[in-house]
Design a binder for this molecule. Structure first.
Ligand code: ADP
Ligand code: MG
Length: 258
């Protein structure tokens, strides 16, 4: 089973003078967790939108699980910074709705049962009947992760999913994603601005310069990973310094904390 394969990808926004993606090459093996970082505006979200099938490339190839991406599909669960839940549906019905859209043969009851099971996995068992307006930011993002998982696909695409959360929620959602990934081993592309988050979660870190992937680092730290020990270890500090140097090179030093 193959993961994500991207080769020589170009993409230009309608009306733009120059392409936002200029020859992106990237491979994420099946079951691998890749963190994608890079300065603002380098094209991380654009790349993720193309993988999600929300836009089509000018040229190049893009396959997921060996299948060319031609549009959105249940094989790829997507989580954005904003959870985008339907406000008129309960948490359970939000997830069940997405399940039924992806798997039309399921009955309402089967979809609801499946939704409940995945909501239990993300710790929302007490909020099944809550409406999104009643949820904290962390809970809403848990629901969005549940929705992406519930599709049952082999790939998860996440675009800065924790950036809008307060530090406590951010840490517990990182732990949750780490646990879910260790249980399921889905292929994950995780876009983040936070180097420690990238290091804690990823098997590899790809650094994107404007329009293309510049460097790829292996994060060979053993799992399960514990934040308290990993992030202060000497190899982690070395890797962090290398990443900071890349941000300096691309003019975004002000946004990182050495
Ligand atoms: P990142 O997620 O890395 O911050 P984006 O993928 O959002 O970067 O943006 C990459 C480039 O594409 C930027 O130069 C940005 O200005 C441009 N861009 C993003 N969205 C649009 C759009 N809807 N129309 C035109 N240009 C866009
Ligand atoms: Mg972005």
């Amino acid at each position: 089973m193959s993961g994500i394969e991207i080769h020589n990808l170009y993409f230009t926004y309608p009306g733009a003078d120059s392409p936002s993606l200029r020859g992106v090459d990237l491979r994420v093996k099946a079951g691998e967790f890749l963190s994608l970082i890079g300065p603002s505006g380098c094209g991380k979200s654009t790349l993720l939108r193309l993988l999600a099938g929300l836009a089509a490339p000018d040229s190049g190839t893009l396959t997921c699980g060996g299948v060319p991406v031609t549009g959105p599909g249940p094989d790829r669960g997507v989580v954005f910074q904003s959870p985008a839940l339907f406000p008129w549906l309960t948490v359970r019905d939000n997830v069940a709705f997405a399940i039924r859209k992806a798997m039309r043969s399921l009955s309402r009851r089967e979809a609801a049962e499946r939704a409940e099971a995945v909501l239990v996995r993300v710790g929302l068992q007490d909020a099944l009947k809550a409406y999104p307006a009643r949820l904290s930011g962390g809970m809403a993002q848990r629901a969005a992760i549940a929705r992406a998982l519930a599709m049952g696909g082999s790939t998860l695409l996440l675009d800065e999913p924790f950036s809008a959360l307060d530090p406590k929620n951010r840490l517990s959602l990182q732990e949750l994603l780490l646990r879910l990934w260790e249980e399921d081993r889905k292929t994950v592309l995780f876009v983040t601005h936070d180097m420690d988050e990238a290091i804690l979660l990823g098997d590899h870190i790809a650094f994107m310069e404007p329009g293309r992937i510049a460097v790829r680092h292996s994060v060979g730290f053993p799992r399960p990973r514990r934040r308290e020990t990993l992030l202060v270890s000497a190899p982690c500090c070395t890797l962090r310094r290398e990443l900071i140097a890349l941000f300096y090179q691309w003019g975004e030093a002000a946004e990182v904390n050495p």
